[in-house]
Design a protein around this ligand. Structure first.
Ligand code: IVH
Length: 696
């Protein structure tokens, strides 16, 4: 939607605003700053290709926000600041759709599609039809109404005729424009249909937070998106990072003689939406002639399903010509001009056979259901976490129940529901233990949590799980000490605690099944190498509650030595980025615990690096400059080149933004090079130029 020149203009203007800070803003140029912010939001949320860093965006945003707070009379409805702050919502008023929201006819195989194509051809008296194919987004459907360029309403599907007005929540979705230039096309009112999604990454992270806080996770991103849209606090909705795809215009008021100028085909309509700033599936869609080509496409697309960042449950095939769509019309249930091709289900039914209780590294006792093995979403599932007592109650789970399970994407399988109709009276309630299944210590449930815990710090199961976490891939990454081996060595008494990993006699594994001389040498080397892991990995490996990888990284940047952590008060810890009250309390108590300090001293004595060993930037000819390598280098290895930058005082950036000074472009440089070309301040140089810089 933005031309190359406009992009360059926005870049230059952004730099000027960043340089001038809050000095520049006044009532005459406030709209310029708003358009810059909208431009960057579009780059980030619609195009997935930001041109400034998050920090720079935040700086620009706060210039506007502060000025608007000082001059509330200058605030406009579509100002980027108006996404936040709607506050608490009382209710979601029932609202009729301008045009009923219909469903889609479903197809499951080539035959179904051929049948449908035959009907379309009959009704349209054509030999061959042009079809568009696009993903069938698996989220919550919504309907948006814009009047005089402003978003006035966002409504859920409801019963198809009447939905709930959730406008304040829709305004939190950054890829949905608060205003768009419809008047340029003489459109006064328009109703647009689409889907709100939570992408797989955000869903995974959201479920992790839920579980960390003792809540059961959600079965799929669709439930997460639909649930988020019903939250009555817009600030929470904003944090869910929802996304919106728009794929259909259901109603439009435009002068009759202008109608033809809008769009002749579905493709053109999606392009128009895209040009106006909406995330429509223009990049994902395909246009083909005839149903055979459709069949080929949808079959091929199913293979790439998992590589998409969001869930889709099929493809939607649409007659591309809008006049023909009108001619074909609708039944009371679905349009005749479209059909959904459903992918293989990721749900399956099974039977809950028994429940095991597993003790985690923090003492949480998790019930795990053993189920009749069943193939779902490409894997065989035979056990499935049922989280906690509340979850069991909420789902009304009993041993012997038929259950519906789902495995969406790479998310761990979940129970969707019990098929209660199948109960035959033989079902038995799930009885929760009162004592730790590993050490028999009485279980305890903190008042504010849903999880029962074993509070015996020396509980054998907890110790084992802590060791498994310590050596795991994202922690100390000791290859050769996989979970199965750790369990074996723990049972044999070879490894008894975290420090014992560094003191146990590796040679004693000689003659053990699966351990030859080579694997013993490799294991010894892996253990030795892990002593030099960066401090943030060690911090994460300790398994302090609520300290995930990101938090560990942030904290590790602030300290020179792990023992410094013991000197922080809870208040000081809270000052750190990423650290809230809960995290601070957890870290504080970990470092106040004498046993933990003894363990750390033992690790230190065994040679585990406790210092922050991130390279100290030396002064050199690249001091103060930032660099990024892209493409294939011919003389240097990428890692060597990056090390040279750091050795000479320069800094490596992870992406292209206006913070970057030099992009070193090797062979077959791709999108990073294209992006850098649009930012005038970046110098694009060759590998030879870079070597010259080092030597001068
Ligand atoms: S077109 C008038 N296109 O799937 C028909 N629908 O199961 C407009 N959906 O009701 C629908 N992706 O909520 C269309 N690319 C897509 C879609 C899509 C998801 C939803 C939509 C529909 C439901 C039917």
């Amino acid at each position: 939607m933005y031309s190359k020149e406009t992009i360059q203009q926005f870049q230059a203007n952004s730099s000027a605003w960043l340089k001038a800070g809050s000095k520049k803003i006044n009532k005459d140029n406030i709209e310029e700053l708003r358009s810059i912010l909208r431009f960057h939001e579009h780059r980030y949320y619609v195009e997935n290709d930001p041109l400034v860093s998050d920090f720079e965006y935040d700086q620009l945003y706060s210039i506007l926000d502060q000025f608007e707070k000082e001059h509330p009379n200058l605030v406009t409805k579509d100002s980027p600041t108006q996404r936040v702050g709607a506050g608490l919502i009382k209710d979601f008023p029932k609202t009729p759709h301008l045009v009923p929201m219909l469903s889609l006819e479903n197809s499951y195989n080539a035959e179904d599609l051929i049948d449908w194509d035959r009907k379309v051809k009959e009704l349209s008296a054509l030999d061959q039809v042009t079809y568009s194919i696009e993903p069938k987004f698996d989220g919550a459907s919504i309907s948006l109404v814009y009047e005089n360029d402003l978003l006035v309403r966002g409504v859920t599907r409801g019963d198809g005729e009447i939905g709930d007005d959730i406008t304040p929540n829709i305004q939190q979705i950054k890829s949905i424009p608060l205003s768009a230039d419809f008047s340029k096309h003489h459109i006064q009112q328009i109703e647009i249909r689409g889907e709100v999604l939570m992408n797989k990454n955000n869903f995974k992270r959201y479920n992790e937070t839920l579980m960390e806080e003792g809540f059961p996770p959600l079965a799929n991103p669709r439930n997460a998106a639909a649930g988020s849209l019903r939250i009555k606090d817009t600030a929470i909705v904003a944090k869910r990072n929802l996304e919106g795809f728009l794929y259909h215009v259901s109603f439009i008021t435009v002068a009759e003689d202008r109608k033809k100028e809008i769009a002749h085909t579905h493709t053109e309509m999606l392009q128009l939406l895209w040009n106006l700033g909406f995330r429509s599936p223009v990049k994902e869609m395909k246009v083909v002639q005839g149903i055979e080509a459709v069949i080929k496409e949808v079959t091929a697309f199913e293979q790439t399903r998992d590589s998409l960042p969001y869930e889709i449950d099929g493809m939607v095939i649409k007659v591309n010509d809008l006049a023909l769509q009108e001619k074909l019309g609708m039944t009371s249930h679905h349009p005749r001009w479209a059909i959904a091709f459903k992918f293989k289900a990721r749900q399956a039914t099974s039977t809950l056979l028994s429940v095991d209780f597993q003790v985690g590294r923090t003492g949480a006792v998790t019930p795990v259901a053993k189920i009749q093995p069943v193939h779902v979403g490409g894997v065989t599932v035979s056990s499935i976490s049922i989280h906690n007592k509340d979850y069991i109650k909420e789902k009304d789970l009993q041993i012997g129940d038929r259950i519906l399970i789902e495995r969406s994407g790479d998310v761990i399988p979940q129970i969707v529901k019990v098929l209660t109709d199948g109960r035959d009276g033989k079902q038995k309630p799930i009885v929760f233990p009162t004592q730790c299944p590993a050490c028999e210590h009485p279980l305890f449930k903190p008042a504010d949590e849903a999880v029962w815990r074993c509070t015996n710090i020396n509980c054998t199961a907890q110790v084992l799980e802590r060791i498994i976490h310590f050596v795991s891939k994202d922690a100390m990454d000791i290859r050769g000490l996989g979970e199965a081996n750790i369990r074996k060595f723990y049972e044999m008494g070879l490894i008894t605690s975290i420090p014992s990993i560094y003191s146990f006699d590796v040679t004693s594994l000689n003659n053990m099944e699966g351990f030859g001389a080579k694997s013993i040498t490799n294991l010894r080397q892996a253990i030795e190498n892990s002593k030099q892991q960066p401090l943030h990995r060690l911090l994460y490996a300790l398994g302090i509650r609520y300290v995930g990888e990101t938090t560990a990284k942030t904290i590790a940047q602030k300290i020179d030595n792990l023992f410094q952590m013991g000197e922080f008060t809870e208040e000081q810890l809270q000052q750190l980025e990423d650290v809230g009250t809960k995290v601070a309390a957890s870290i504080y108590h970990f470092f106040q615990n004498k046993d933990n300090l003894i363990m750390l001293r033992e690790l230190e004595a065994l040679g585990v690096q406790m210092q922050n060993n991130t390279p100290v930037i030396t002064e050199g000819n690249l001091s103060g400059k930032t660099f990024l390598f892209t493409g294939t280098l011919s003389r240097l290895k990428r890692s060597e080149a990056e090390a040279m930058v750091e050795k000479n005082g320069g800094k490596i950036l992870s992406g292209v933004s206006s913070k970057l000074d030099y992009l070193i472009a090797g062979e077959e440089a791709g999108s990073k090079l294209e992006k850098a070309k649009k930012i005038p301040s970046i110098k694009i140089i060759t590998e030879e130029d870079f070597e010259k810089m080092l030597s001068t």
